[in-house]
Design a protein around this ligand. Structure first.
Ligand code: ADE
Ligand code: ZN
Length: 330
């Protein structure tokens, strides 16, 4: 099955580019930008990656972003991810970035967006990986700050395709961001949102109704609300599930306790993703392998999961059809 997982064409729909910062690259950026790190070596950094919940991870994740300062850093970060994605047969990536984690430190919006954009264009040219950038608002910051961030990004509108909502979920309901998401939709941006990772099912309802999200990131807590499951199923709202992340952040104690099988059995459009692979111990194939080992998924089930990732992607129908045809031939 490992070889099938490798060979399946896949779309990655839940990946934070800042979460692909491997410790070695963190040291390289820190050195060239003269940023002091509290750790002495990449090994020491890796040892610190033990998390008790989402917030304990975010504290370290934002600390890591301090080494990213110039457009070249964003470019090189994305290039490193693209090499990995190509190795793992990812054909399409819809990638989150957190501008506020950088603009708050004085990094210009232009450096962030242009650095990422150029790398993803190279990925398209060199590897044939199509991509879309998704600008995420940090939900622990204010709605006004989110609106300012969108306005600051709009001069680069052609370089990103969607907006999302991430960071500390508990106590920060999606409704707080209704106005900025309405503004984003006016600009023709697609809408996704993290909800139901640590937060209650009500946050998933809010993401659907107040923000009009067309996809839910994580969403695993939907299972606590049968009416919500029925809605997600009937509207075929995709969930971008991140199994290794959910275990690392203690949403589930062990991979065997993950509710992925229940989500699939409920008829939901589930996709498999890596979230913050440099922090959670694996990229997309390692996530597929972990769930295969835990649940003994059959070839058909693995195909369904890979197929769902293209169904859920914002891609032209013709490209979806060609890739799905390739998947069917495996
Ligand atoms: N930012 C990066 N990874 C995240 C996650 N899993 N949940 C919320 N915000 C995030
Ligand atoms: Zn995430």
């Amino acid at each position: 099955m490992k070889s099938l997982i490798q060979r399946m064409p896949k779309a990655e729909l839940h990946l934070h580019i800042e979460g692909t910062l491997e410790p070695e690259l963190m040291f390289e950026f820190a050195s060239r930008n003269r940023v002091a790190l509290t750790y002495k070596s990449p090994e020491e950094v890796r040892k610190a990656y033990e998390f008790s919940d989402l917030q304990s991870f975010l504290d370290i994740y934002y600390e890591g972003t301090r080494v990213m300062i110039r457009d070249r850093d964003f470019h090189d970060l994305a290039r490193a991810y693209l090499n990995k994605a190509h190795e793992q047969n990812v054909r399409h990536a819809e990638v989150f970035f957190d501008p506020q984690a950088h603009t708050e430190r004085g990094v210009p919006m232009q450096a962030i967006i242009e650095g990422l954009h150029h790398a993803f264009r190279e990925g398209e040219r060199e590897f044939g990986i199509s991509s879309a950038l998704i600008l995420c608002f940090l939900r622990h910051l204010s709605a006004a700050a989110a609106m300012q961030t969108l306005e600051a990004a709009l001069p680069y509108r052609e370089y990103f395709s969607g907006v999302g909502l991430d960071s500390s979920e508990r106590g920060h309901p999606p409704e707080k961001f209704t106005a900025v998401f309405a503004r984003a939709r006016q600009e023709g941006l697609f809408v996704v949102a993290h909800a139901g990772e640590e937060g209650p099912p009500d946050y998933v309802w809010q993401a659907l109704d107040a923000l009009q999200a067309s996809r839910i990131d994580h969403g695993v807590r939907c299972m606590e609300d049968p009416a919500l499951v029925a809605r997600l199923r009937s509207e075929r709202v995709p969930l971008t599930v991140c199994p290794l992340s959910n275990v690392k952040l203690r949403v589930f104690d062990r991979i065997e306790d993950h509710n992925l099988k229940q989500l699939l059995d409920a008829g939901l459009c589930v996709t498999i993703n890596s979230d913050d692979p440099a922090y959670f111990g694996g990229y997309i194939n390692e996530n597929f392998l972990a769930i295969h080992n835990a649940f003994g998924f059959t070839k058909d089930e693995l195909h369904t999961l890979a197929g769902n990732s293209f169904e859920a992607a914002f891609l032209p129908e013709e490209r979806k059809r060609l890739i799905l045809q390739e998947l069917d031939q495996l």
